[in-house]
Design a protein around this ligand. Structure first.
Ligand SMILES: Nc1ncnc2c1ncn2[C@@H]1O[C@H](COP(=O)(O)OP(=O)(O)OP(=O)(O)O)[C@@H](O)[C@H]1O
Ligand SMILES: [Mg+2]
Length: 350
């Protein structure tokens, strides 16, 4: 629907528009009254005619001033009913036009948030349903006597229950991170300990892979929440190990950067295709849906990692490795070397 341009639309402010309306009303009154008396109509009659003309022109001109406000109140009512698709016409250049433009922007953002919420519920339900359906099928078969309750079947069921538990824990983490109810316990700590801890856990899960830890300079200290940082490293390491070929090498590196520390997790896998890079941090996004869902990943690991890094005021991004592979780079602000913390240098002696 196109709206005809209102004659006052180009004026840049409400004050100017009201001034113009008053001028027009006064002008038309004078002209009509003067013309009436000129052609010999009674002054009272031409006065009434002049008044009516002034009212008509005021109504016509003021309509353009108030119609966006009426539209906005209708759209607000529609939003309250859950219809976020409504937009208002924002053609005028005055304050109301600006308000209409902000209103449209807000409506767009609410629309996007609402869509995200719906997607989230759909994704969560889908991810929960898959293991539950599998469990239900096996249990039904066991009750019907089709499948024996042997240790192998029990292990399959345990794997599904673990998958459910992990998903629920991840969702809980995400919701705590997003709502801000998981405050950071920031403290200086040696990065090497955290990296070694994550590497030890990874070696337990993937005994074939080679996980190396390299911290430069020795005793490099980060100013962060060690438990949350461990979570970031563990998530990145899990991905790296999933994509690195059997007996491949995964490297954990930490070094000092311009304004803090840089932690890198590098693998020898296929890497992340350029067109997928902007999306991998989204909740439930899997670049390679078939493979990851079969491995049990829901696509939450990187979303959690990014939240934690953001809370620290840091940055996380993937880089391409030559000839192939992926390097996840995390930069955290604030660092020092442990030696400098433990043994302060006193130039003047003690
Ligand atoms: N090192 C990597 N090499 C190649 N692709 C990767 C790598 N890390 C992440 N990706 C891609 O990014 C997607 C999102 O990763 P993310 O860790 O968020 O989810 P996930 O590992 O699939 O599931 P979850 O971590 O919840 O178990 C992965 O599905 C994968 O396609
Ligand atoms: Mg992952």
């Amino acid at each position: 629907m196109t709206h005809p341009m209102h004659p006052l639309a180009p004026l840049p402010s409400i004050k100017l528009k009201i001034g113009t309306i008053i001028l027009a009303a006064v002008g038309i009154t004078i002209v009509v009254f003067w013309a009436g008396t000129k052609i010999g109509i009674w002054p009272s009659v031409s006065g009434i005619v002049a008044g009516i003309c002034a009212l008509v022109i005021t109504r016509y001109l003021a309509h353009g001033l108030t119609s966006p406000l009426r539209e906005m109140s209708e759209a607000t009512a529609a939003m309250a009913r859950g219809d976020y698709g409504r937009r208002v016409t924002a053609t005028s250049k005055d304050e109301i036009g600006q308000l209409a433009a902000s209103f449209n922007q807000m409506a767009g953002e609410l629309d996007a948030t609402e869509r995200m919420r719906r997607d989230l519920i759909a994704n969560v339900s889908h991810e929960l349903r898959t293991p539950i359906t599998a469990l239900q099928a096996v249990l039904e078969n066991m009750i019907d006597g089709v499948e024996p309750a042997d240790p192998e079947t029990m292990r399959t069921m345990l794997a599904q229950v673990e998958r459910l538990g992990r998903l629920v824990a991840q969702l809980l983490d995400l919701s705590r991170l997003e709502s801000g109810s998981m405050p950071l316990d920031r403290q200086p700590f040696e990065i090497e300990a955290v990296l070694e801890h994550a590497a030890r856990e990874a070696r337990l899960h993937s005994p074939d892979a080679i996980v190396s830890v390299n911290v430069e300079p020795d005793g490099l200290t980060a100013d962060a929440d060690p438990e949350r940082l461990h979570q970031v490293v563990a998530n990145l390491l899990e991905n790296a190990l999933r994509y690195t070929p059997i007996a491949g090498t995964v490297e954990l590196r930490a070094s000092r950067s311009a304004d803090g520390v840089t932690i890198e997790v590098s693998d020898e896998g296929p890497g992340i295709p350029d067109d997928q890079v902007p999306r991998i941090f989204e909740r439930f996004y899997r670049a390679d849906a078939a493979r990851s869902s079969q491995d049990g990943g829901a696509g939450l690991g990187l979303a959690i990692a990014q939240w934690i890094v953001d809370l620290h005021g840091g940055e996380i991004h993937p880089e391409r490795r030559e000839p192939h592979g992926c390097r996840m780079v995390v930069t955290l602000p604030g660092s020092r070397t442990a030696t400098a913390v433990r043994e302060p240098v006193h130039p003047g002696g003690t």
